[in-house]
Design a protein around this ligand. Sequence first.
Ligand code: AMP
Ligand code: ZN
Length: 476
Amino acid sequence: MNFKPLSLYNTASKSKQEFQSLTPGIVKMYCCGPTVYNYAHIGNLRTYIFEDFLRRALEYAGYTVQHAVNITDVGHLTSDADTGEDKLEKGAKREGKSVWDIAALYTEEFMRDWERLNLLDPTVWPKATDHIKEQITLVQTLEGKGFTYKIDDGIYFDTSKFPRYGEFAGLDIENQEAGIRVAMAEGKKNPTDFALWKFSPKDVKRAMEWDSPWGVGFPGWHIECSAMAMKHLGETLDIHCGGADHVRVHHTNEIAQSECATGKPFATFWLHGGWLLESKEEGGGKMSKSKDEFVRLQTLINKHYDPLDYRYFCMTSHYRNYLSFGWSNLKSAKEGLTSLRKKTAPLINQVTSIESDLAHEWRDQFTSAICDDLNLPQALGIVNKMLKDINLMEGEKGALLLDFDQVLGLDLGKSDAPAKESFDTLDRELSSLLQERNEARKSKNFARADEIRDLFKEKGYVIKDGPEGAVLEKIQ
Ligand code: AMP
Ligand code: ZN
């Protein structure tokens, strides 16, 4: 098998490099997954879409991808400096549910978004709470090698024992020390030291806690990714990905603890997706869950967008660049995808094989764009130009579209149907919308509640509020 040469920007070397896998033909890829205490916002989803393009591009280039995406269901505190509330406990308090129910609910919601966006399922979805033993073992290895110390609130990693700490992110440790001193837990030796295991507070039974050789508590956030990646993919990965916000703390810490434990590089390629920003029209700034209202995939669906409109929108900018989200930008993307579907529909029924030199040239152009650090905006331009080529046979155009869609993931082969909205998902949509309306009423957001009531009307339902909560009745 000939693998197409693929050039990828590696955060570790800060340059584009030709990709080589450690085992010929096989790529071990780990992507940091969601913290399941709330819905994913469309910024999070942008990162997963970029990782899906990467996975598809690797497969298009001929590789088999062993792919892990973790579910963080414990240990992620609201502050990166190992202080603050556990995000799961925060979600549980907010909704009056148990932490386990919160994790189950938002994992399910996440999986729904995943499917609606046409993201390929990873080989494995490891959950942090299923890997407590592995995390403890890894901390013990670090302890045995002298990289840890104990303070009142937990077991910490001593970053001064890893001389390359901070190199990956180009951190200026001196200035960082001054910057985060305020948030330092008492007894920490260096501001950049991070918790590997946190103790439960004395006389408090936490909702999620486990026995360990050091006392009852719970794992720090970073250790889970190292432990699960090593268990499912091995000590050195080919590719590790995440959003750009993970470079400075989370990935820097993953590298320190993994490399000190094994003495080997943790990953050869590190890829990071740029942020989704809110456009000025939406208030500006990084899309983030800490804002009161954030835009999620369901918000787009409620406004009659197809999830694949958002996928297409993400292709309009290079994955490393910022992408500015606003309703007018999304509308343009929707128009772009609709127009592509219109052109595609008649071609799909007359697909032939790709034979002519001209068709091969178009395929080469598309492949070169994809293999040049996933240049999706350029690849989209090539698709549109190819469709206009009057010298190319219609059957070959159809064949090329199906071939390209292995990477694009736009369901172009089914272009007569609006992509991801089938009747069985509609029922689930309605119940989730109903839930959102109940929440809106509870928080006295009557404008949103009324908006949802009108949406139901459009879909042919009337909402009846009763003692058992709201119920739906079909308009006859
Ligand atoms: P979280 O669920 O907060 O752990 O984040 C899941 C993924 O989304 C991580 O890879 C983050 O780096 C990424 N992420 C968070 N905010 C944004 C954003 N505004 N734009 C793009 N990616 C983001
Ligand atoms: Zn991670």
